[in-house]
Design a protein around this ligand. Structure first.
Ligand code: 5GP
Ligand code: MG
Ligand code: MG
Length: 192
């Protein structure tokens, strides 16, 4: 079903969306992810590292569901591409990352698509001497995986569609949508 709400205009003009994951489903899954994390870490201290900017909304919701002694940090991963249809050069910025030597670290990202971003992030994090590193993503597109690693925690497995909302952007817009929606196929094709 196409979305009937008014979206702010994008540089590529108007397009339609269909909702893949409703607000309530997101909230319920984030709660159960927090429960899985509590099972894994117990009340051991944890450092949660959000990969900006896509993980911003998930981070805000997830960390408020965690009750172990928690440190929160961010880093930035930027790949040069408008949509997610082609892999680009990846630049990591760790300037804002807290000290993680001797810490249990959980890397949080919005989506595991080809997996190159997460693979690179995990390799960089390892160089800083953490006790353990695990990864959590809201979404995973199994059809597109190109690396051997898989995230330790996945919110939802989704089909190979380009999605926005709940942190995910299209030309830096739509991160604030409270649901996850997919751009209609023919439109992503014509703008890719
Ligand atoms: P990967 O390196 O796993 O191919 O891509 C990971 C990054 O690409 C994500 O962190 C996200 O920024 C972007 N990305 C991949 N798929 C999508 C998508 O469907 N929608 C949006 N908005 N970004 C995506
Ligand atoms: Mg990203
Ligand atoms: Mg993006």
């Amino acid at each position: 079903s196409a979305l009937s709400i008014q979206l702010p205009p994008s540089p590529v003009g108007l397009f339609s969306l269909h909702i893949l994951i409703e607000t309530e489903e997101l909230a319920a899954r984030v709660s159960s992810l927090a429960a899985e994390l509590t099972e894994t870490y117990g009340d051991r201290p944890l450092t949660v590292l959000g990969v900006m900017t896509g993980s911003l909304v998930l981070m805000a919701d997830l960390i408020r569901r965690l009750e172990m002694p928690l440190k929160v940090g961010v880093m930035q991963a930027r790949s040069y591409r408008g949509t997610a249809t082609s892999a680009g050069d990846l630049t990591l910025n760790l300037d804002m990352m807290p000290k993680i030597a001797g810490q249990d670290v959980l890397v949080v990202d919005d989506i595991f698509d080809t997996g190159h971003t997460m693979k690179n992030v995990l390799e960089s994090i390892q160089e800083h001497g953490p006790t353990s590193v695990r990864s959590l993503v809201l979404l995973s597109k199994s059809e597109r995986h190109e690396v051997a690693i898989r995230p330790d925690f996945v919110g939802f497995h989704i089909p190979n569609e380009f999605v926005v909302g709940y942190g995910l952007d299209y030309y830096d817009l739509y991160r604030n949508l409270p649901f996850v929606a997919a751009l209609e196929d023919h439109e992503i094709a014509s703008h890719a």
